[in-house]
Structures are given as C-alpha cells and as structure tokens.
Design a protein around this ligand. Structure first.
Ligand code: HEM
Length: 226
C-alpha cells in the first residue's frame, strides 16, 4: 500500500518536472509583451501618416523608448539568471551534432513527419530544454539579435549624445535601416515562434509550461517543445 503510494507520488512528481523556472517565466512574458509593444509602436513610427494606434507620434516615441529600456533590463535578468545557474551555454549553445543531425531530423519532423502523426524526435528535460532548431534559433535571437537591436535602439534614442559613434557607424540613416531590418527579422521570428509553440502534445501545453513551469506528461506520450 505504502509502496504504491510512493510510486504514485514519484509519478506525479515526474509529471510536474519544472521545465521553465519562475525567473525564466517572468523574464519571458515581460520580454514578449515589450517586444509586441515595440513592434506596434515601431509600425506607427515608420508610418505616422497612416497609423495612430498610440495617439500622437510623441506618445508612440515615448512608449517605444520605455519598452526598449524594459527589454534591456529584462535581458540583464535573463542573462544573469542563466549565468548564475551555469546553464547559459549548456542550454543555448548549439553543438556540431545539432547542425549535422539535430536540425535535419527536427526539420523533417516539422515539415513532414508531424503530419503522419509520428512522435517528436526530441523530448525536453530541465537540463536540455531545447531541440536543435530551437537551440540554434534562440541562440541567434538572444546572443545576436536582441543585443544588436538594443544597442542600435539606445544609439537612436539619444542622437546628440552618441553623434560621434553614430557617424563612425555610417550615420543615422544606416543605423535606422539596420534597426528596422532587425525589427522585420524579430517579427518573422515571433510569428514562427508562436506557431511552433502550438505543436506540443496539446495546443496549449507549451504555453502552459511557460505559465506554470511544467507540462503534464501524458502516459504513452512524449513531451515536445516548439
Ligand atoms: C506573444 C509572444 C510570445 C509567445 C506567445 C511566446 C511563447 C513561448 C512559449 C510557449 C515558450 C515555451 C516553449 C519553448 O521553449 O519554445 C517560449 C519560449 C521562449 N521564447 Fe517565447 N513567446 C513569445 C515571444 C517571444 C519573444 C518576443 C522572444 C524573443 C525575442 C521569445 C523568446 C523565447 C525564448 C528564448 C524561449 C526559451 C526560453 C527558455 O526556456 O530559456 N519569445 N515562448
């Protein structure tokens, strides 16, 4: 009787294995909200004659600047958390095998095998949360794109103060074009990211993990991640 209870408790615990620690969840949703608002205000700043979602041009600029700095501080939270836990590169840095085996396998799954009901080729664990495609994409986003977007944004935020640096980088127009191209890449990432987040064992299972920290593992079913 006691043994059966223990087995049940162990199974329940395994079912609720924490994939997304609280700090990561807090970071992620602040980041997601801020990026969505940056994209929307950015569209108004780009097409001020057509769009007035945030009222005046000045309000859109202010909201854009505030959420830009929120992304900057939130990034420090993400980086600091993963650095302190020693997980930064373990979770995010792709290995040569990710390129030679992982990415082709995962892509074949997303483009074909998923439609035949095949099981996902990768099962996330707290120590290895990302499949090869995720790892590579998230690495590019978090180590290259976000820092570049933040740095170009900060330079554009105070043209006077950073004038010499901006001139050295090719001028305001070049910097602005670069900032906008990065924003288009972000928006494309966001669309694909949200779509892939729906491909867990249920439509909402990955969203649930990003809210409560764990996904229920169904018997006979593997956990997957977008
Ligand atoms: C409304 C917007 C968003 C939604 C609904 C969303 C949804 C999710 C979900 C469900 C997960 C967990 C599944 C997984 O690991 O892939 C996740 C993880 C992640 N998302 Fe998002 N996301 C959004 C915006 C963003 C943005 C804007 C970025 C970055 C620019 C981002 C970067 C990430 C990263 C890096 C992870 C992995 C976090 C970790 O475990 O360390 N997400 N997202």
């Amino acid at each position: 009787m006691a043994r059966r209870k223990k087995v049940r408790q162990k199974r329940d615990q395994e079912k609720k294995e924490i994939l997304q620690p609280l700090v990561v969840r807090i970071w992620h949703w602040i980041h997601a909200l801020a990026i969505v608002l940056l994209v929307l205000t950015g569209i108004q700043l780009r097409f001020p004659d057509l769009i007035s979602w945030f009222g005046t041009f000045k309000t859109a600029v202010d909201v854009h600047n505030i959420f830009g700095f929120i992304v900057l501080f939130d990034y420090v939270l993400w980086f600091g958390f993963y650095l302190i836990t020693g997980e930064l590169f373990k979770q995010y840095a792709p290995t040569p095998e990710d390129f030679t085996i992982g990415i082709p396998t995962q892509s074949t799954y997303y483009f074909a095998r998923i439609f035949f009901g095949d099981p996902p080729p990768f099962e996330p664990t707290p120590k290895a949360k990302f499949n090869s495609l995720q790892k590579t994409t998230y690495f590019g986003i978090m180590f290259v794109l976000v820092p570049l977007q933040v740095v170009t944004g900060v330079l554009l935020w105070d043209l006077e103060r950073f004038r010499p640096l901006i001139a050295a980088l090719g001028g305001v127009r070049v910097l602005d074009a670069f900032h906008i191209i990065l924003a288009y890449i972000f928006t494309s990432f966001l669309i694909v990211h949200i779509y892939l987040s729906t491909l867990g064992h249920t439509f909402f299972s990955h969203f649930k993990a990003m809210i409560v920290g764990y996904e229920e593992k169904e018997t006979g079913h593997t956990q997957t991640s977008a």
